[in-house]
Design a protein around this ligand. Structure first.
Ligand code: PLP
Length: 376
């Protein structure tokens, strides 16, 4: 039996709600399913305003426009992240300034942020890697002191918290992903959380192609027209209907993922005690969505050997990011003022294990194969 790295989970209600959207006859964005998703996101995160987008990438692009990024502005972020974290700002002419990550959470090292700030710095973009929270109190304090915006890349962090607060709702803006590799999915999809009340009106305009269409539909203006820059960032109702089915099971999905995560953590404890791997560390203040389970091998050779050994048994474990400061576009558009030793080191050693609903029946075999390969 093939054990893929990811297998999108369907609740079984997706087609039911899609049929309902179809019957409603409203297929463009901002229909009843979109509004229900917005209401749930706002209620569950405490965000001032939630807006569905085509993707987390789109939400990050909106964020870059909203905070007024201009050519030459600098944006501080980790290099151990997905390309969209940087691209969204590069598209507005900004320079990503990469700083190193912490060895425990693999999140941006908050103690290294201050040294990266220059007169051109406009924002900090913490990325909650694996759905584990960055040290947000410290990051927010630095941002307030230097008058910088904070845009949370919470793509992996739906249902995760920091000191009881939803990730994505703490910075000025937060971006979620509902891509099929994430916990709660709509195929492609995302949301922008607007936590700063002053940004809401313009967020709606940017999302509606630079028009005041949202105000028009609420009867606040008597015609709608082009008022600002913007693009088409809202998904249609079919996507929102799919997402609504997933939202209905968000707690159950998180519980089942957490159980799978715990099973890996216990099953691999012996390897960690023997010094053959390191396991993830979740700080006390982080409520965790179990987005992914990774292990750290001693070096890239042993990681490649384990990937191969598992593949022999049709089990697919995968590494993660090529750090952005070493990627071709990162070298031309971004900058790292200091060495990033932890980023460089982790990138070669990290391995993500299969984690999807339905893996329960096969997980003992996966753990057994890993133990055989490393300690057999
Ligand atoms: C998945 C991901 C994204 C992009 O999400 P999309 O919805 O595919 O655009 C951005 N940042 C991080 C950290 C991600 O994991």
């Amino acid at each position: 039996m093939r054990i893929p790295f990811n297998k999108p989970y369907m609740t079984g209600k997706e087609l039911h709600y899609i049929a309902e959207a179809h019957a409603n006859g409203h297929l463009a964005g901002e229909g009843s399913f979109t509004k229900q998703c917005h209401a749930w996101l706002e209620a569950s995160t405490g965000a001032h305003k939630a807006l569905l987008t085509h993707s987390c990438t789109a939400a990050l692009e909106m964020a870059a426009m909203l905070i007024g990024i201009e050519p030459g502005d600098e944006v501080i972020m980790p290099a151990y992240t997905f390309v969209s974290t940087a691209n969204a700002f590069v598209l507005r002419g900004a320079v990503p300034v990469f700083v190193d990550i912490r060895a425990d959470t693999l999140n941006i090292d908050e103690t290294k942020i201050a040294a990266a700030i220059t007169p051109r710095t406009k924002a900090i973009v913490p990325v909650h890697y694996a759905g584990v929270a960055c040290e947000m109190d410290t990051i927010m304090a630095i941002a307030r002191r230097h008058r910088l915006w904070v845009v949370e890349d919470a793509a992996q962090a739906v249902m995760s918290t920091y000191k009881g607060r939803a990730l994505g709702s703490i910075g000025d803006l937060g971006a979620y992903s509902f891509h099929e590799t994430k916990n709660i999915i709509s195929g492609e999809g995302g949301a922008l959380l607007v936590n700063h009340p002053d940004l809401v009106a313009r967020a709606e305009i940017i999302r509606e192609k630079g028009t005041n269409r949202s105000q028009f539909f609420r009867g606040q203006v008597d015609k709608y027209t082009w008022v600002d820059i913007g693009s088409s960032y809202l998904p249609g109702e079919i996507i929102a209907a799919f997402l609504w089915a997933q939202i209905g099971e968000a707690d159950a999905i998180t519980r089942r993922r957490t159980a799978l995560w715990d099973t890996y953590h216990q099953g691999l404890a012996g390897l960690a005690e023997a010094g053959l791997i390191e396991r993830p560390r979740i700080p006390e203040e982080c409520g965790y969505n179990a987005h992914l389970y990774y292990i750290l091998l001693p070096d890239v050779e042993r990681r490649s050997a384990l990937i191969e050994a598992l593949k022999q048994h049709d089990i697919y474990a995968v590494f993660h990011y090529i750090p952005l400061h070493t990627a071709p576009a990162g070298l031309s558009y971004g900058r790292a003022d200091y060495a990033l030793p932890i980023t460089d080191n982790i990138a070669g050693r990290l391995l993500r294990l299969p984690l999807w609903l339905g893996l329960e029946a096969h997980q003992a075999a996966v753990i057994g194969r890993i133990i055989d390969a490393l300690a057999g």
